[in-house]
Design a protein around this ligand. Structure first.
Ligand code: NAD
Ligand code: FE2
Length: 399
C-alpha cells in the first residue's frame, strides 16, 4: 500500500481510537434460565414477542422449552424460522412482516450468528422504518430505540450476543457486509450450554475457530484497551483448553460452558477492538460462495498471520507466552511461528482443511477488492495491505 493511503488509514484509526472512551459500548446483562427471560418480559409489560431462528434449530426442538415457559406466563411467542446461513435482506423483511402483523413488542434472537444477526437487523428496521437494510450498511447508521432484544446463542461462536455488528448478505449482488451500530448490542443474553450439546462436530469446531479468530484479530490490532486485551487472552485460553474437548465429547457440559464464555469474551474484545483481514477475506468468500463463516476464518487465520510478518510478532509472542506455548526468553519471531503452528495443528486435529476449494482464480481480483474495501481504513490491522497485496493471500488459500 502506498505511503499516503497508509497514512490516511492510520489517521482514521487513530481518530476512532481516541474516541473509544466516549463511545457508548455496553455489555448485555446475562440471564441464566428461561424463567429469567419470561420474568424480564413480564417486568417490561411485553405480551407478544417474535423469536427469530433457523429451520435446523427449530427442527431440533431447541426453542421449545423457552416457548413453553413464555406460554406459561401468558406471553405469545411468534416464531420465524426461515433464516439461512449468511442471512439475507429477504429474511429480515419477511421476519419484520411477521413482527408487524402480530403486533410484537420484543425480539428473541435464538441461534447462531445467522439467526442473531437477522433478529438484530429486524430490530433495527423496527426502530428505523424508513431506512432500508442497505442504508444501514457501515458505521453508526442505526438510530432510535430498538425493541427489547434478548440474544440466545446456540453456537460458540460468533459473539453476536454481545457485539454491535450484524453481518448481512444481499442475495442478488452477493455482497456480504456488516452493519455496525451501538443500538444493535443486545440488552440481554441467555447463555445456556445445554442448547449447544447437539451442535454437530464440524459446526462446533469451525464456530470455535471463529471465536479464536475474533480474539486473535482483536488482540494484535492497534486499537486495544486493557479490557479488550484481557478478554482476548482469556477467550484464547478457554478455546485452546476446551475446543478439542468439546469436539471429542459434545456432551461435555464444562467444555461447552467454557466455549460459550470464550465466544462471549472474544465478542467483547472485537466489538471494541475490531477484527482484521481474516474477517474481511472470510466475508468475501461467504458472500460469493457461501463458505461458512467459521470455516473460512479457521482456514484463513494462519495465512494472514504469516503475511503480517514482523508487524504482528510481538503481540503474537505475548499471546504465546500467556497461553504457555513458549517461554518469555524465546525470540518474537520464533514465538509467533510457534503460535501459528499451534493454530494449524488445532485445525488439523479438528479435521479443518487448509485450503478453500471454491475460490476461482478469475474471481480473486474482485474478492480482494471487496476485502480491501471492508478492511481499509476501518480495521486497525498490524500491517496495512491493499487489494493487490491481499490477492496473494487468496492465491495461497485456493486449491
Ligand atoms: N454479528 C457479529 O458480531 C458476527 C460475528 C461473527 C460472525 N457473524 C456472522 O454469523 C454467521 C455465522 O454464524 P454461526 O457460525 O454461528 O452459524 P449459523 O448461525 O449460520 O449456523 C450454522 C448451522 O448450525 C446450526 N446450528 C446452530 N446452533 C445449533 C445447535 N445448538 N445444535 C445444532 N445445530 C445448530 C444451524 O441450524 C445452521 O445450520 C455469519 O453470517 C457470520 O458472518 C456475525
Ligand atoms: Fe467472525
Amino acid at each position: 500500500m502506498n505511503f499516503f493511503k497508509k497514512c490516511y488509514c492510520r489517521l482514521f484509526q487513530t481518530m476512532f481510537r481516541m474516541m473509544l472512551p466516549f463511545m457508548p459500548y455496553r455489555e448485555p446483562k446475562i440471564l441464566n434460565t428461561n424463567e429469567d427471560v419470561a420474568k424480564l418480559f413480564q417486568d417490561n409489560g411485553v405480551e407478544r414477542v417474535l423469536l427469530v431462528t433457523d429451520e435446523g434449530i427449530s427442527k431440533l426442538g431447541l426453542t421449545k422449552k423457552l416457548e413453553q415457559e413464555l406460554k406459561k406466563n401468558q406471553i405469545k411467542c411468534e416464531v420465524y424460522d426461515k433464516t439461512v446461513p449468511n442471512p439475507t435482506i429477504d429474511n429480515i423483511e419477511e421476519a419484520l412482516e411477521q413482527y408487524k402483523k402480530n403486533d410484537c413488542q420484543a425480539i428473541i434472537a435464538f441461534g447462531g450468528g445467522s439467526s442473531m444477526d437477522c433478529a438484530k437487523v429486524v430490530g433495527a428496521r423496527v426502530a428505523n422504518p424508513k431506512k432500508s437494510v442497505e442504508q444501514m450498511k457501515g458505521l453508526l447508521k442505526v438510530h432510535g430505540k430498538m425493541p427489547l432484544l434478548v440474544a440466545v446463542p446456540t453456537t460458540a461462536g460468533t459473539g453476536s450476543e454481545t457485539t454491535l455488528a450484524a453481518v448481512i448478505t444481499n442475495a442478488e449482488t452477493k455482497d456480504k457486509y456488516a452493519i455496525n451500530s451501538f443500538p444493535l448490542i443486545p440488552r440481554y443474553a441467555l447463555l445456556d450450554e445445554n442448547l449447544t450439546l447437539k451442535l454437530p462436530l464440524h459446526i462446533t469446531s469451525t464456530t470455535g475457530m471463529d471465536a479464536l479468530t475474533h480474539a486473535v484479530e482483536a488482540y494484535i490490532g492497534r486499537s486495544t484497551t486493557r479490557k479488550t486485551r484481557r478478554c482476548a487472552l482469556e477467550a484464547s485460553k478457554l478455546i485452546f483448553d476446551n475446543l478439542e474437548v468439546a469436539c471429542k465429547d459434545g456432551q461435555n457440559k464444562v467444555a461447552r460452558k467454557n466455549m460459550l464464555r470464550a465466544a462471549y469474551l472474544a465478542g467483547v474484545a472485537f466489538t471494541e477492538s475490531y477484527v482484521g483481514y481474516v474477517h474481511a477475506i472470510a466475508h468475501s468468500l461467504g458472500g460469493e460462495y457461501r463458505v461458512p463463516h467459521g470455516l473460512a476464518n479457521a482456514v484463513i487465520l494462519p495465512y494472514v498471520l504469516e503475511s503480517y510478518g514482523k508487524s504482528a510478532e510481538k503481540k503474537l509472542k505475548k499471546m504465546a507466552v500467556f497461553l504457555g506455548f513458549v517461554d518469555k526468553n524465546v525470540s518474537a519471531s520464533e514465538a509467533a511461528k510457534i503460535f501459528i503452528e499451534r493454530i494449524k495443528q488445532m485445525n488439523k486435529n479438528l479435521e479443518i482443511p487448509n485450503k478453500i476449494a471454491e475460490i476461482k482464480e478469475e474471481d480473486i481480483p474482485r474478492l480482494a477488492k471487496h476485502a480491501a474495501k471492508e478492511g481499509n481504513p476501518l480495521y486497525p490491522v498490524p500491517k496495512e495491505m491493499n487489494a493487490k497485496e491481499l490477492e496473494t493471500i487468496y492465491k495461497q488459500i485456493m486449491k
